[in-house]
Each structure stands twice: as structure tokens, then as C-alpha cells.
Design a protein around this ligand. Structure first.
Ligand code: CA
Length: 490
């Protein structure tokens, strides 16, 4: 495919017109900046959500291609990130869960795309939460045993040490670097509260507004370190693949006060909130509030306000990194991908959290900017999935396409937003009772064991219309089965 050549040509032309020598541009493959954002809903101004203050992600969408219908494979961090990074659908039970990355230690996981970049001469750097753990490192079992806590990050995050010698993605990174500041460990930073405090499960509040600057929470530290690092990466001879994974807006919804001040709590729309259905889960069990609190409109507004503040906070940090890319001149030869690891119900379907096969859990923002791309700023509305990102990156960087991939490249949609989309997305979940899947096609969502939803007339998926459309259900069941049967064996 001629696309990467055209990208290079475009940057050469820019360089020539600016009177700059072109040889280096011709020779150097494109860098990649991959930005992962945790639990980010597609609730951005550039995605039609006018109430949001997200100028930096919006600016990226303006200069690149935003995908209005991008779906992840799984509604939980570890499984979604494993599917993205391996380019494969969940298949074994473990790949439906946060423990998916263990397969790398078992030696049965396929090569991740950062590993492919590294094997092809890229300098690869990881910061923050890209795989599942918040610094890309596995637990340090010996140190955890020494401090004598029970072995979950949920209960004592500030004592849950990771091992610098033991990455979750072996072979993928030249450098892993995550600033943890006053929070002592990456898990402590992941659940950060003001002044170095971290979450005490079941006690800490679900939201916090501290009167601090951006570095009062870890994403601000990460943004500053990423800016500095980009300067260093630009000095190297080889191209770079830099992945930075921000923690917010993942719970707790903590952000500096100034981001809370961007929203007026009483003006927040709560019409999408349905009566609470799921009484347990991360949101309700892990923080100092109860299911009954969600009957209270003031509490609901506070939670939504926190999510919006945390979203605007992370948006500002993303802006700093993108600014650094411009200031260093690297933007001219760097592909940027911004990816949300899954969605989040903020009361839709009576759910506060993820772990469902509904639209709210599976749809997330995706923005891709390729230097010199045609028609920047035009949104692509066709359906694409996270497993399609791996083959797309291989095509854009002109790297060999591995055989284990389940997805397909959507590079054509970067040239033309109206190009044929992938057209379907499969979601995988593992509730009690075993693995369950969902199929999303234009106009419809079908969830195994649950029902059929009319996306055009029922955007919040409140009514199961399977009985009225038995033939469609049968057709979608068959399509889903065919996709599942095709899953690659590796
Ligand atoms: Ca997540």
C-alpha cells in the first residue's frame, strides 16, 4: 500500500517549502506517540458533547481523524489492553480478565505491537498505564511479602511494590519510566489522593477536589516527564515508539479544583441516569459511600461533576505532551494515537461502572493523526475496533504484518473518512455463568443471553427488542458465531 510513502512525501514537501533540508525526513521512519487514557468515555466536545471542556483532545481531533464509533473488545482494563496490544480477541478465559497479561509469563502470548516496533529498530518507551499495571511492571512478590499485606493492590496500594526487572510485556520496551512522586508505588499513584494519600478501600471518597496545581496528582507528573522525554527522544538517531498511559478519569474522580470550576454542578444533565441496577462493583464497593447514596440527586451530580473534572484535567495533561511534540518539531514525523481503554456507565442502564456489554462500556474515543494526512478534522463514523489498531499501525509504519492478528487495518479511513469501515465490533465479557459476547453492527447491538437493542431509536439501550426482530437476532447470532470461530489459534 502506498500510504506510508505518501505520508513521507507530505512531510518532505512541508520541509522543502519551509526551506529545510529534506534528507533526514526521507530517511527516517515515522515515530509513534501512543496515548492511552483510562476509563475515558467518548464524552468530549469534539465528539458532540457540548457541555465538556476538552480543548486539547478536540484540537487533536481537528488535526487528525476522530472515530465516532470505536469499540474495545472488553469492558475492563486488563482484557481490553491485552486485546489492543496483541491484536487478538479474548479467547482463553484469562484473556477476558485483568490477569490476561500473565500469558506473557507463561510464554503463550503473541508479540505485542510495541515489541514489533522494537524488533524493527525503534527505541520503545513506556510510561504509566499501558498494559494493566500502572507502570507496566509486575508485582514484586518478595517485597510485598516482606511488608506483610494481603496480596491485592486494592487493599494497600502504597505498599504494593512492582519489580523493575519484571515487565508485563517482556521484550516490548527499551525503557520503562513512571514517576510515582509522593505516592511511593505506582499502585499508590494510581489511586492517588492529595498530599501523598492513597485509596483506603471502602473508606476513601469517590471524588476529591484539592487546591493544587497539576502536579498535585500523578498525571501532571507524567505530563511533565513526557515533555522532557520527547526532547530527549528527538535527539536519537533511531525512530521512537513512546506509549504514555494516563490514569484519569479512572476512579477515584480526583482532580485539582480549577478543573472542577469549569463546570456548574447544578447545570449538569442527569436525564440519562436510570435507577440503580447493579448494587456492587468497583464504584460502590471500593469507596466510602453506599448504594443508597445513588438515590440522592446531589450525590449523583457530585459523581458526574468529578468525572468531568477528571476528564478536563487529563485533557490538559495530554495537551502538554502534544504541545511538546509541536515545539520540538517532532509532530511533522510522528503518528499520534489517542485511545480510551473502554467506556464507563455514569448511570445509564442503572450502572455506575464498566463490565457490561452495552454501548456505554464498550465505546471509547479513538483519534489518530498521521503527518500530512488528507482531510484532517473530518470524523469517521464507520465502526472500527481496538483489535484493528495493531494492523493499522503496521501498515502506517510499513512494518511486517504478523499472522496472529484478528483485526483488519483501517488505514484507508485515515485517507478518506468515508472509506469502507470495518463495519462490526465484538465485545467480550465474563459475568457469572461464563463468557458472553456482543456484536455491534450499524444500527444494532446484540448481546448474547440478553437481547437486541435498536441503536437509532434507543441510544441508552433501555429496551430489549429481540422479540420484534427474530430474523435479525438469528442473523446476528450467526455472524457473531462465525467471527468467534475464526479467532486465531495462537
Ligand atoms: Ca480502564
Amino acid at each position: 500500500m502506498a500510504y506510508p510513502a505518501r505520508v513521507l512525501l507530505a512531510s518532505v514537501m512541508i520541509a522543502l517549502s519551509a526551506g529545510v533540508r529534506a534528507e533526514a525526513e526521507e530517511a527516517k521512519p515515522p515515530n509513534v506517540l501512543f496515548i492511552a487514557v483510562d476509563d475515558l468515555r467518548p464524552e468530549l466536545k469534539s465528539f458532540g458533547q457540548e457541555h465538556m471542556v476538552t480543548p486539547h483532545m478536540d484540537a487533536l481531533a481537528q488535526r487528525g481523524r476522530a472515530f465516532s464509533r470505536h469499540y474495545v473488545e472488553a469492558p475492563t482494563c486488563g482484557a481490553a489492553r491485552y486485546a489492543l496490544l496483541t491484536g487478538q480477541y479474548p479467547k482463553r478465559n484469562i484473556t477476558y480478565s485483568n490477569a490476561a497479561f500473565r500469558l506473557y509469563q507463561d510464554g503463550v502470548a503473541p508479540p505485542s505491537f510495541p515489541q514489533i516496533f522494537r524488533e524493527n529498530g525503534y527505541h520503545t518507551v513506556q510510561m504509566g498505564k499501558v498494559s494493566h499495571s500502572p507502570d507496566g511492571l509486575r508485582d514484586d512478590q518478595d517485597r510485598i511479602a516482606e511488608v506483610g499485606i494481603d496480596n491485592t493492590y486494592n487493599n494497600a496500594p502504597h505498599k504494593h511494590f512492582t519489580n523493575p526487572e519484571d515487565p508485563e510485556l517482556p521484550g516490548a520496551w527499551d525503557v520503562l519510566i513512571t514517576p510515582v512522586g509522593k505516592w511511593q508505588t505506582a499502585w499508590g499513584a494510581f489511586f492517588a489522593y492529595d498530599r501523598g494519600e492513597t485509596r483506603r478501600r471502602g473508606h476513601s471518597p469517590p471524588v476529591e477536589a484539592a487546591d493544587v496545581d497539576d502536579t498535585g496528582y500523578p498525571d501532571g507528573l507524567m505530563a511533565d516527564r513526557a515533555r522532557q522525554l520527547l526532547g530527549e527522544l528527538g535527539e536519537r538517531d533511531e525512530p521512537f515508539f513512546f506509549a504514555v498511559g494516563f490514569y484519569k478519569p479512572h476512579l477515584p474522580f480526583n482532580a485539582p479544583q480549577k478543573y472542577w470550576d469549569l463546570y456548574e454542578r447544578d447545570a449538569i444533565d442527569i436525564s440519562h441516569v436510570d435507577p440503580l441496577q447493579r448494587r456492587g462493583g468497583e464504584m460502590i464497593n471500593s469507596y466510602g459511600h453506599s448504594a443508597e447514596d445513588f438515590d440522592d440527586e446531589a450525590h449523583v451530580r457530585k459523581i458526574l461533576h468529578g468525572y468531568y473534572a477528571a476528564t478536563s484535567y487529563v485533557d490538559a495533561q495530554i495537551g502538554k505532551v502534544l504541545d511538546a511534540l509541536d515545539e520540538t518539531g517532532l509532530a511533522e514525523n510522528t503518528i499520534v494515537v489517542l485511545w480510551g481503554d473502554h467506556g464507563f456507565h455514569l448511570g445509564e442502564n442503572g450502572i455506575w461502572g464498566k463490565h457490561s456489554l452495552h454501548e456505554q462500556s464498550l465505546r471509547s474515543p479513538l483519534i489518530v493523526r498521521v503527518p500530512g494526512m488528507p482531510r484532517p478534522g473530518e470524523m469517521a463514523d464507520g465502526i472500527v475496533a481496538s483489535v484493528d489498531i495493531y494492523p493499522t499501525l503496521m501498515e502506517l509504519a510499513n512494518l511486517p504484518m504478523p499472522e496472529h492478528l484478528d483485526g483488519q487495518s483501517f488505514a484507508a479511513m485515515l485517507e478518506d473518512p468515508k472509506a469502507d469501515p470495518i463495519g462490526f465490533a465484538v465485545g467480550f465479557n465474563f459475568p457469572r455463568g461464563g463468557p458472553t459476547q456482543a456484536l455491534r453492527v450499524d444500527g444494532w447491538r446484540y448481546i448474547q443471553g440478553d437481547g437486541l437493542y435498536d441503536r437509532k431509536n434507543d441510544p441508552n439501550e433501555r429496551e430489549n427488542v429481540a422479540e420484534a426482530h427474530p430474523e435479525l437476532v438469528e442473523r446476528m447470532q450467526a455472524q457473531l458465531q462465525e467471527i468467534l470461530d475464526r479467532r486465531k489459534a495462537r
